[in-house]
Every structure is written in C-alpha cells, then in structure tokens.
Ligand binder design. Structure first.
Ligand SMILES: [Zn+2]
Length: 58
C-alpha cells in the first residue's frame, strides 16, 4: 500500500488516500471526497512516505 496526498479540486482540502497503485502517473483522479461527500476530481500532490504522518494538513 502506498499513501498519496490528494487535493480535492472542489473544496480544496488535502487528505491522504491509501491505494496499491501508482497515482503519480495519473496526475488527477476522480474519487470520493470525504469532505464534499461526493465524487470529485482530485489533484495528486505527492506520495506520502510509509510511517510518516508529518506534513499532512488541511
Ligand atoms: Zn472535496
């Protein structure tokens, strides 16, 4: 599993999604936003290193 920092283009919040594939190649994904509570486009910001919870902010 890899954690990815995503930014919702609708509400602008940044949150972390754990998936087993490489999102970096996709650039942006259409995914459920836990804040908007609907599917929205998300920018893939960066990969989050395993075991590091630092730098994850709203
Ligand atoms: Zn959102």
């Amino acid at each position: 599993m890899t954690s990815w920092k995503l930014k919702c283009t609708r509400c602008g919040r940044v949150w972390v999604l754990k998936v087993s594939y490489n999102l970096k190649e996709m650039g942006r994904i259409y995914h459920w936003c836990p804040y908007c509570r609907v599917n929205t486009f998300h920018e893939v910001i960066e990969r989050v290193e395993e075991g590091s919870e630092e730098g994850v902010q709203d």
